[in-house]
Each structure stands twice: as structure tokens, then as C-alpha cells.
Design a binder for this molecule. Structure first.
Ligand code: ATP
Ligand code: MG
Length: 276
């Protein structure tokens, strides 16, 4: 059963003068419950515009978007849609609102008007799920980028969404912070069954996904498993995307005559193959 479904989704911005910028062109996307989907695409390909449609921050110019069976056009469903699909953005500093970690995570549930014991329970659980329980009394602005972003994710998780939509959540982080956030997302997906839509510029983050979707000039050009998508190295380069370095190396070794299967997407797997 799908949790997100778009049909013939089109959206244009009004640019300067009378210029129309077609940001999304006939997007048909289905995301199943529990899936981990990575959305890739060059700058300006429409990734953020698509993300904003998936929790009704933007409404379709044409076509329709359904979230857990609710159309974003239906005004009476919007609050429920935003509860179902939680958004995380690039800059954790813009998402932090309180002076301690636990107050920050409690902010959303408090706004729901939940009783205190329920709020405390949600905050405890959310902090545990992102591995930040030990920091509950800390000041968010003193944390590392990766820790701040995990607190921002906890704040969304405390609202008990079925689906997380993350728009380049690791773009401002160092490699360690990126790893922390990616591992957190994988855990939430695997252990809590939360559907994850991860928009990223980092090809190696897409390797962890069940499915990869490529946007280009507002169109959904390609979708498949990471192995299927990253096999099309030349095609990806032509639209301005790289493949993960290990996939590139595997391709070169294959071209040099080594028997490297197409599903080699991680360094560990390549090392295993070469050392056996
Ligand atoms: N508020 C806006 N007003 C006008 N045009 C916009 C606006 N936001 C985005 N656009 C244009 O719409 C297109 C899609 O933009 P979008 O931000 O969705 O792309 P993106 O894939 O998220 O890019 P990036 O990788 O840079 O984040 C681009 O041509 C962009 O310039
Ligand atoms: Mg963007």
C-alpha cells in the first residue's frame, strides 16, 4: 500500500516579468509504506519543489498529490497530512527553537496540547531513537552539526509521523555528521518502519536506499534500485550527476576484465570480492 502517490503533478513558479518557471513536469511517483527512497538530481531539477508538495507546503498547479490516502488539495486534511509527513530541512539551526535539547524536542508535542506524561514519553523515545538521550539538558547551539540535525529529526519524530521527508539534511555537515544522520535514518526506517524520502546531493547516501529516483529539469527521468541506477554511469554524468567513487572504481575494474558483479555499491563489498 502506498503512503505517497502523485499523479501528473505539475508546478510552475512565476519568475521575473511574465516568465513561467516549470519546476515540476508531470511527476508520477509512488512510495510504498516502509520504503527508503533517495531522490537525486542536479541543482534546480525540482527536488525541493517536489518535497514541499508532499506535505502540502505547496499545492499542485496540475495533477494531484495523496499522502496516506489524503489529497493535499483537501483543505480539511492538511493538518493531518503535515502530521503524517514530517519535514526536515538543510540547516539545523533554522529548526531549533528552544534553549535545551529536551525543550526543543517537546515543542511540537506541546503544541499538540498533549498531556505532560505523554509529552515526556515522546521526548524520551525520540531522543533515544536518534541516539541523543545523553544530551537532553544540553544547549542545542553548542552541539555539532550532526547532533543538531539529529535533534531536529527527534523533534519531527516526536510528532509520530509515518513518513519523513528530508531535503538535503546532510548538506551542511562534515563527514562524521553525515554518517550519524544517515545511520539514524536507516535505523528509524528499519526498526520503526518509518518511510524515508531522502533528498541528497551525495551519491553515496543513495546507496543505502531501497530505491533511487532521478529528477532532471522537473521530470522524473529514472527510478530503480541503487545498483540499477548507478550502472548508468555515463547517462548520469551527462545530466551532471556523479556515481559513488566505489561504483566508479568497480566499473573501471570491470572494464579492465575483472569479474565484478553490478551490485557492488560499498567499499566493504568490493574489498570482500577482491580479497577472496
Ligand atoms: N520561489 C521560487 N520562485 C521562482 N522560481 C523558483 C522558486 N523556487 C525554485 N524556483 C525554480 O524552480 C526550479 C526548481 O527549483 P528547486 O529548488 O525545486 O530545485 P532543487 O532540485 O531543489 O535545486 P537545489 O539542488 O539547488 O536545491 C529551479 O529552476 C528554481 O530556480
Ligand atoms: Mg533544493
Amino acid at each position: 500500500m502506498e503512503i505517497i502517490y502523485t499523479r501528473n503533478l505539475c508546478f510552475s513558479y512565476k519568475g521575473e516579468g511574465d516568465r513561467i518557471i516549470r519546476a515540476l513536469d508531470n511527476i508520477n511517483l509512488t512510495v510504498k509504506r516502509g520504503e527508503f527512497v533517495a531522490i537525486l538530481g542536479p541543482n534546480g531539477s525540482g527536488k525541493s519543489t517536489l518535497a514541499r508538495h508532499l506535505n502540502a507546503l505547496l499545492l499542485p498547479g496540475e495533477g494531484e498529490v495523496w499522502v496516506d490516502g489524503m489529497s493535499t488539495r483537501d483543505e480539511s486534511s492538511r493538518w493531518q497530512i503535515r502530521q503524517t509527513a514530517g519535514m526536515v530541512f538543510q540547516n539545523p539551526d533554522n529548526q531549533i527553537v528552544a534553549t535545551t535539547v529536551e525543550e526543543d524536542v517537546a515543542f511540537g508535542p506541546e503544541n499538540l496540547g498533549l498531556p505532560s506524561p505523554e509529552i515526556r514519553q515522546r521526548v524520551d523515545q525520540a531522543l533515544r531513537l536518534v541516539g541523543m538521550s545523553a544530551y537532553r539538558q544540553h544547549a542545542p547551539h553548542l552541539l555539532s552539526g550532526g547532533q543538531k540535525q539529529r535533534v531536529a529529526i527527534a523533534g519531527v519524530i516526536a510528532m509520530r509521523p509515518k513518513c519523513l521527508i528530508l531535503d538535503e539534511p546532510t548538506a551542511m555537515l562534515d563527514p562524521r555528521g553525515r554518517r550519524e544522520v544517515l545511520e539514524t535514518l536507516q535505523r528509524l526506517n528499519r526498526e520503526e518502519g518509518i518511510t524515508v524520502l531522502l533528498i541528497t546531493h551525495f551519491m553515496d547516501e543513495a546507496v543505502a536506499a531501497d530505491r533511487v529516483i532521478i529528477l532532471h529539469e522537473g521530470r522524473l527521468l529514472l527510478e530503480g534500485t541503487p545498483a540499477e541506477v548507478f550502472l548508468k554511469q555515463d547517462w548520469l554524468r551527462a545530466i551532471g550527476l556523479d556515481v559513488p567513487p566505489v561504483v566508479e572504481l568497480a566499473g573501471e575494474l570491470r572494464a579492465a576484465g575483472l569479474n565484478i558483479p553490478p551490485d557492488v555499491l560499498t567499499v566493504d563489498r568490493l574489498v570482500d570480492l577482491l580479497c577472496c
